[in-house]
Design a protein around this ligand. Structure first.
Ligand code: PRP
Ligand code: ZN
Length: 298
């Protein structure tokens, strides 16, 4: 079906924390998606792209096998299914870039009243997890012997049910742990959504589609991170201001009727926090405006 076509397939999580944001970013790339309920494959109406909605656990395999040219998946899944497993052929997909959403971490957590000093405190105990490979690697690196109780979900209730003494699970806000009387004690890995590409050969036509899409994706991600900042400032502060704005290229400086002051406009490649605005004010900047950027082509 795909031979002699310029269409590419993107594997996306069908439901869960990455699903909505993955689609949002593709929409921002200008893709019109014809999303119909309960379908595996969804065609884009204005771009030669099809989305395949699958379980996030399966995304690395679809991309590795070349069924999908690219996929959006959490680093946690890649680690669990491929990277933490010794002797596995890992040359089947390539991580292209992180996507700036879906941040979480894989952590060990114990009941609030557990006297945890170091990972050794878990020696001889039972740890429930949906991430047995990552956990096994951590335990072996730290020379700890534990029984791994493999569960596919609701791991956080295992200590209350007395089927485990500790858990190893994803933490984002920490609310799930708190509501189950657990405390986070060690982080095994930090994760966010990333874009993976198959290492299987791609025909020239779909490769062109992919290059085009990747350019747009990078532009959207860069725009999301970047801010446009404008302010008035004393001429004497220009050098200090340049140092305060994160990732700024050379600013545009315009003279004002007040000859001691200038208007300064710049693109910052990172978010600008309130603290930075306070510092800008302290060196004499005024009327500071920070604006979002819609699109960027570098
Ligand atoms: C994850 C994880 C925790 C929760 C943590 O589950 O397993 O239960 O999120 O998030 P929090 O720190 O913000 O509370 P998820 O919702 O992905 O579902 P699952 O456990 O059914 O896979
Ligand atoms: Zn959960």
């Amino acid at each position: 079906m795909k031979t002699n076509s310029n269409r590419i397939r993107i594997a996306i999580q069908k439901s869960g924390r990455l699903a909505e944001k993955s689609i949002h970013i593709l929409n921002k790339c200008g893709l019109d998606l014809d999303l119909r309920k309960d379908r595996l494959l969804h065609s884009c109406t204005n771009f030669p792209v099809d989305l395949m909605f699958v379980r996030d656990d399966d995304i690395p395999e679809y991309v590795a096998d070349g069924v999908c040219e690219i996929g959006v998946v959490g680093i946690n899944i890649l680690e669990e299914k491929y990277l933490s497993i010794p002797d596995l052929d890992k040359k089947c997909f390539e991580i292209l870039f992180k996507m700036g959403f879906g941040h979480c971490r894989l952590s060990l957590a114990v009941p609030d009243d557990f006297n945890y000093i170091s990972p050794q405190s878990l020696n001889g105990l039972r740890i429930a997890s949906s991430y047995p490979s990552c956990l096994r690697r951590f335990l072996s690196e730290n020379k700890i012997q534990c029984e791994i109780i493999e569960l596919s979900g609701s791991v956080e209730i295992a200590p209350n049910l007395k089927i485990a003494d500790a858990i190893c699970d994803l933490v984002s806000t920490g609310a799930t742990l708190r509501s189950n009387g657990l405390k986070e004690v060690t982080t095994l890995l930090s994760s966010e959504a990333c874009l993976v590409k198959t290492c299987k050969p791609i025909n020239p036509e779909p490769q062109l589609t992919l290059d085009y899409l990747l350019r747009r994706l990078k532009g959207v991600l860069m725009a999301q991170r970047s801010k446009y900042i404008m302010m008035n400032a004393p001429k004497s502060s220009i050098e200090q201001i340049k140092k305060l704005i994160p990732g700024m290229e050379e600013p545009t400086i315009m003279s004002l009727t007040d000859s001691e002051k200038v208007a300064l406009h710049a693109v910052a490649s990172e978010d600008i926090f309130w603290e930075t605005l306070e510092k800008l004010k302290a060196v004499g900047a005024s009327s500071i405006l920070v604006l979002p950027i819609e699109k960027v082509i570098a």
